[in-house]
Ligand binder design. Structure first.
Ligand SMILES: [Zn+2]
Length: 74
């Protein structure tokens, strides 16, 4: 199963490098490749929290903010 990784606009507070979002079949990883520090969340449950089914929209910035908060907490 392949990994999909994207660079995000967030910056690592430790090294100043770009934080990346990595996705595999089951998990979302968010963190810094240089520091090798990541937070991991079960994709299905986590992403679901940011979907608004009524307006059929996805709160991308809300999800990124939450991942960043989790990363700072590690
Ligand atoms: Zn870093």
């Amino acid at each position: 199963m392949g990994l999909i990784s994207v660079e995000t606009a967030s910056v690592c507070p430790s090294c100043g490098g770009p934080l990346e979002l990595v996705e595999d079949g089951v998990f979302l990883w968010f963190g810094c490749r240089r520091c090798m520090r990541y937070v991991k969340r079960g994709k299905r449950d986590f992403v679901k929290r940011f979907v608004d089914y009524r307006s059929r929209s996805f709160n991308w910035s809300g999800m990124m903010a939450e991942l960043y908060r989790l990363y700072l907490g590690t």
